[in-house]
Design a protein. Structure first.
Length: 201
């Protein structure tokens, strides 16, 4: 990205399954690579990337990293056999040794998990139903916390200081009116996010 208007591919690294999400921290890329699980890639030399290690508790669709911990979202499972009720696995992984990432804890989050972000000892999970909080202060025993229900689905999350922004999806009401929201959460109290909507309808 030395010239942002004309980015160029320096190198590539194939995976057996499509990459769903990735985050970069401390010269490493943490890739949610579907059935290939979490792949930890050394990107300190972009021209010679290499996989350092991996762990595959399930098919992985989301990832975030903070310090020596990674949190993962598993591919959601339809538990209603076509009636729209989903559950999503949530994993906590020790990445202190990138060549041997190790699963520490697991729980199940209601809903179709779409994105996850860590802030301190909390992880925030956006689902098809709401924003869920998970306490990861004890990584071996994550605890499902409260939720905030915006009334629509959002697909991604980004955090800056005490603000979290979601990428909203279109919401259609009973009168076929389309609403386009960007949810903005005040994280001044991380355990009790306050929702403010930006309406692009």
């Amino acid at each position: 990205m030395s010239n942002p208007p004309t980015p160029q591919i320096i190198s590539s690294l194939p995976f057996p399954d499509p990459a769903q999400r990735l985050v970069i921290a401390s010269g490493k890329a943490y890739v949610a690579a579907g059935n290939s699980g979490l792949q930890v890639v050394d990107v300190s030399d972009p021209a010679a990337m290499r996989v350092l290690g991996s762990v595959a508790p399930a098919s992985i669709s989301g990832v975030d990293v903070s310090g020596t911990l990674a949190v993962l979202l598993e591919q959601p499972i339809d538990v209603s056999h076509g009636y729209g009720s989903f559950m999503t696995g949530f994993d906590v992984v020790d990445v202190s040794n990138p060549s041997a990432p190790a699963l520490l804890g697991h729980l199940t989050v209601p809903g179709n998990g779409r994105a996850v972000k860590i802030q301190g000892t909390l992880a925030y999970v956006s689902t098809s139903q709401d924003l869920r909080m998970v306490d990861i202060s004890v990584p071996t025993a994550p605890i499902l916390g409260d939720s905030v229900a915006p009334g629509y689905t959002f697909a991604d999350l980004a955090i800056a200081d005490t603000m979290m922004v979601g990428a909203g999806l279109d919401f259609v009401d009973d009168f076929n009116t389309i609403f386009r929201y960007v949810p903005v959460f005040d994280l001044s109290n991380p355990a009790a996010p306050v929702l403010n909507n930006i309406d692009f309808a």
